[in-house]
Design a protein around this ligand. Structure first.
Ligand code: 3HB
Length: 327
């Protein structure tokens, strides 16, 4: 073999090695709507770090919090085309596309955050994730959550009558809209990051929210009545684009799945761990607090059940599982 030919072969071999390396090493993009200080965002960063380490520095993940890549509907579209690789999503957008996920929002399905975490770790909740590849083209890695939903309002809410006509901010999705419509309120869908201004400028009278965000986003500065109702849980799901997933080696799939599942579990246990202290902190603020239970909302719940039992056939299995996990 002459020298030139040898050199050409060597160059070609190097180029091949480099290109196959490039095909393996990835800089994934992960989007989410929560602000940087929210635990979803900090755990997304922690997931990025762990994946980088465990892949021996081969893979990295750039995290885009605070809706930098768009709202959840837009992120789901990007995930479907493969323009976005990963996301931590509220179940809101998923339940708009796969109604069975609406079952997770059945009012008083669970009693508290511990019960919610147990249900989200169950096989019954895992079966919902299996609907995602065919239903939305996403692969679910596991669940996270925030704390239970409460109602913060400018005027006191002491009975369901007080909810009538209230412009009440909701996360944009159908099961929660149907619940508040049944209470007589006028639901106003708004993404998390628009809530503070909407409350401050009077666009809404009340908001559906969790303890954590009431504290970290300081919503209590704009409304001083709190209905501690614990009426719904609020799951999150960690997802990978189905298109991107199919391009990954079995080894990378296993690495990403186990690593993301671990960090999602940190979110579940993190919210379990914070809940009591956050409730205490909120009770220590100068708010007028009223407590509510399923009885308070009984008519609205009956109406919700009538619609969603049919729309979300998985509700029955989830309710049975929740009952088994009630302690
Ligand atoms: C919401 O109220 O829409 C929301 C709250 C969170 C996280 C994500 C969404 O704490």
């Amino acid at each position: 073999m002459n020298r030139l030919k040898t050199l050409t072969l060597a160059v070609a071999a190097t180029a091949l090695a480099a290109s196959s390396l490039n095909a393996q090493a990835r800089d994934f993009r992960l989007g989410l709507i929560t602000p940087p200080q929210h635990m979803w965002s900090t755990e997304a960063e922690a997931f990025a770090e762990t994946l980088h380490e465990r892949s021996g520095g081969e893979h990295s993940v750039s995290v885009f919090p605070a809706q930098q890549l768009g709202n959840e509907a837009q992120m789901v579209q990007q995930l479907q085309t493969g323009a976005l690789d990963m996301a931590f999503l509220t179940i809101a957008e998923i339940s708009n596309r796969i109604p069975d996920f609406g079952a997770l929002y059945a009012p008083y399905l669970v009693d508290d955050v511990d019960h919610a975490a147990r249900l989200l770790r169950s096989d019954a909740a895992g079966e919902l994730l299996d609907l995602m590849p065919a239903g939305v083209g996403l692969v679910g890695m596991g669940y996270g959550m925030v704390g239970m939903r409460q109602v913060l309002s400018r005027d006191p809410i002491e009975s369901m009558d007080d909810m009538r006509g209230q412009r009440l901010r909701i996360t944009p999705f159908e099961p929660i809209r149907d619940f508040y419509t049944a209470t007589g309120a006028a639901p106003a869908p708004l993404p998390l990051l628009e809530v503070y201004d909407a409350l401050a400028n009077g666009q809404v009278d009340a908001i559906d929210m969790d303890f954590d965000s009431i504290l970290i986003l300081k919503f209590y500065e704009q409304a001083d009545n709190l209905l501690i109702s614990n009426h719904m849980m609020f799951p999150m799901v960690g997802v990978v684009s189905g298109r991107v997933w199919r391009e990954l080696s079995a080894e990378d799939q296993a690495l990403i799945e186990s690593t993301m599942a671990e960090h999602l579990e940190n979110v579940l246990s993190g919210f379990q761990a914070m809940d009591a202290a956050q409730e205490e902190e909120i009770r220590g603020l100068d708010l007028n607090i009223v407590e509510a239970d399923a009885e308070f909302f009984s008519e609205a719940i009956a109406e919700w059940e009538a619609t969603w039992a049919e729309k979300a056939p998985m509700l029955e299995a989830l309710r049975e599982e929740a009952e088994r996990l009630r302690q």
